[in-house]
Design a binder for this molecule. Structure first.
Ligand SMILES: O=C(O)CCC(=O)C(=O)O
Length: 311
């Protein structure tokens, strides 16, 4: 068996579990499976002075929420304005509105309560959304948190709408399966109040978080609110309402749920970042290496998705 297969076998039992302290599987994941990405991170000083402070906050809480300008460079903010305008226009198209109103059946994936507005198979390297996801400041924050140069794993644009069915899949409390530690980003493109099904998180339940030991008792795959109350009181739940432009950066191995509007819709873009050896296969593929890339951290983040296209 080769080294990578050994690392994979050692880490597999920790999918959808938050480690409470570093163990052998973690060190193998970090220094053997992702050794090169760790070395790249250690050898580079972040260009953005506050990237490390934001990552430290993330290490403590598992989540950081602020206006997008806190996490993005000026170029990233400009790309977000362009990408956001495109996605808002798409969400208002007749075709999408017919799905929201129930006149037309959606070609749903696993989630029968949202329209995914982004085609992430064979994505164009010139997509403004890719420019946001590969923003250097954002990547530096993710790298400081993960302790390695990350891979961009997925990109999506969701329009959630209300349904009559009980909460299901990601609308119930869960831990994400993509990697041992990971970062998900959500950027609201329209205001999100309680009624629009905000992203909701239990701080400090991420890997190595101070509530990870307490969360061990609650290891079911999907948990409803009634059951979660027995483990964590609702006062501990961070309900991420906010105006358009609110950005959430979180390790979603920590407990979270969201996306069940009771009225109206919720429109956001979301990115997932993993290490170089995720548990779950990458769904993103990009047709060519973007020629606007200005930094090696961007190249390393997108390289696997470009390779996926040519594979
Ligand atoms: O839609 C939400 O707010 C939650 C999304 C989620 O659970 C996920 O992406 O894993």
């Amino acid at each position: 068996m080769d080294t990578m297969a050994i690392v994979k076998r050692m880490t597999a039992p920790y999918e959808r579990k938050a480690l409470i302290s570093p163990n052998l599987a973690y060190y193998m994941w970090r220094f053997v499976g992702n050794g090169r990405r760790v070395a790249l991170k250690l050898g580079a000083r972040p260009r953005h002075a506050d990237a490390r402070a934001i990552a430290r906050d993330l290490m403590k809480q598992g989540i950081s929420v602020a206006p997008a300008g806190r996490f993005l460079s000026d170029e990233g903010s400009a790309a977000l304005a362009a990408a956001g305008a495109e996605i808002i226009a798409q969400s208002r198209s007749e075709e999408v509105q017919a799905i929201v109103s129930g006149e037309r059946a959606a070609s749903h994936g696993k989630k029968a309560f949202l329209v995914d507005l982004v085609r992430q198979g064979r994505m164009s390297p010139d997509s403004p959304l890719l420019k946001v996801a590969l923003d250097v400041k954002l990547l530096e924050i993710v790298a400081s948190y993960l302790g390695l140069w990350p891979c961009l794993h997925a990109v999506a644009g969701w329009l959630n709408y209300s349904t009559d069915t009980p909460a299901e899949t990601s609308q119930l409390w869960h831990r994400d399966p993509e990697d041992l530690k990971l970062v998900k980003v959500f950027i609201y493109l329209e205001d999100v109040e309680e009624a629009q099904g905000p992203f909701t998180y239990i701080p400090r339940t991420q890997p190595f978080g101070s509530r990870a030991p307490q969360a061990l008792k609650c290891q079911t795959k999907r948990v409803d609110d009634e059951r979660m109350r027995k483990f964590f009181a609702p006062e501990r739940w961070q309900v991420c309402t906010g105006p358009a432009g609110t950005m959430i950066v979180a390790d979603t191995v920590g407990f979270h749920r969201g996306g069940k509007p009771t009225t109206g819709t919720r429109l956001l873009v979301t990115f997932t970042y993993t290490s170089g050896i995720p548990f779950v296969e990458r769904s993103l593929s990009v047709t060519a290496m973007p020629d606007w890339i200005s930094s090696p951290i961007q190249r390393h983040a997108i390289e696997p998705a470009v390779r996926a296209k040519s594979a």
